[in-house]
Design a protein around this ligand. Structure first.
Ligand code: PRP
Length: 177
């Protein structure tokens, strides 16, 4: 385990098992639909790559960078589109793929935005969900509910570090305080 972690909360085996289940759920629900999975960069990158390979129907892939956090551990309260969406949503059933939903700010309004651009439907698939969601978004496909602690690994960062850990763990408080 990385020494900066207090403990691992979800290990590689659990992640892999749950991602496969989510892939099966999406496969069942999206048969015969033109489906576009959008990776919300950067945190979702490993989840997206694994999820796409767990889905057994033809899919399209898109990428967008939305960010509400800067280098700290709390939300800045503003969403920034760092990189515009690389995909045409018109006539597609869209699944937004997120690593974590905390306040829900990052995705609030984005689904409506894609519908106004011609998407036929928009659903959210998030690997992790924290308990104190403040914004009204519905997570159709959810990996794990987690406690309200600062977590890193499997794409999630603190000041751009720890993204490449293959598991998800709680960062020691002394690292960021
Ligand atoms: C993180 C995470 C989600 C968002 C969740 O992204 O990847 O996109 O915050 O928080 P919210 O539900 O309170 O909006 P971040 O802005 O840190 O960018 P990153 O994915 O590039 O790390």
């Amino acid at each position: 385990m990385n020494l900066d972690l207090e403990r691992i909360i979800i290990d590689e085996i659990e992640i892999s098992r749950r991602v496969k289940e989510l892939g099966r759920d999406i496969t069942k629900e999206y048969q015969e639909k033109e489906t576009l999975l959008i990776c919300i960069l950067r945190g979702a990158v490993f989840f997206f790559a694994d999820l796409c390979r767990a889905i057994d129907i033809p899919i399209l892939m898109g990428f967008v960078s939305l960010s509400s956090y800067k280098d700290g551990t709390t939300s800045s309260g503003k969403v920034e589109e760092r990189q515009k969406l690389m995909a045409d949503v018109k006539g597609k059933h869209v699944i937004l793929v997120e690593d974590i939903v905390d306040t829900g700010l990052t995705l609030e309004g984005y689904g409506a935005n894609l519908l106004s651009r011609g998407a036929l439907s928009v659903k959210i698939c998030a690997l992790l969900k924290k308990p104190e969601q403040k914004h009204d978004i519905d997570i159709a496909f959810k990996g794990f509910d987690i406690e309200n602690r600062f977590v890193v690994g499997y794409g999630l960062d603190y000041a751009e570090h720890y993204r490449n850990l293959p598991y998800i763990g709680i960062l020691k408080k002394e690292i960021y305080s």
